[in-house]
Design a protein around this ligand. Sequence first.
Ligand code: SF4
Ligand code: SF4
Length: 207
Amino acid sequence: MSAERSDPPATVAELEEGLRQLHRMEMQTKLQLDRVESLVTAAIKILHRADIVHEKAVEAEAVEQRTKLFAERGEDARVYLGPEVDKYTVDVPDIDCASLMHLCKARCCRLSVALDFKDLDDGLRWEYSRPYELRRRPSDGYCIYSEKETHRCECYDKRPSICRTYDCREDKRVWEDFAAKKPAPWRDDVGVAPPLVQIRMPKSDTR
Ligand code: SF4
Ligand code: SF4
């Protein structure tokens, strides 16, 4: 006999709020670790000055230990957050996307974009395995809000600040020569590296 639920299942919004809280806690832990690291470093320096331990020997040992740990753990997990700006008032570059889209195929919408908490409040979707990177379609690497045929942005009014302020004109991943309207060769991997991502801590968590 299956147990009957007395409460409705959690909504996506509730789940995401929970995840955000987890990520905040994770960042706080990271900051606390930074503090511990600075204390240990200070202690080593004091002991070195007192000729009790030798700083270089400690550093060499630490590098060896770090290399070992890195090999064991792989790439550190990170939380990506977009710039803390008011996306509704940022300066937008003067680019006539509508007339260029048939050439560029909206390559900008295959780059990695970090969301800010305001974007999350606006309901924009993110990659659960790479918080808070704007979610992309596995099938073609485009942002999930890029309409498949036209590449029109389906969340245009709420799009993240990075999308608004991004200037593709000098980006060689997008244009070989913007003035000559010559797009860069197509790259399958372009969405993988997070070139537009900015990593920062929320203001309330910084010391
Ligand atoms: S790549 Fe440049 S021109 Fe093309 S849609 Fe993006 S911002 Fe507009
Ligand atoms: S949110 Fe809109 S402008 Fe930004 S990457 Fe997605 S489709 Fe492109």
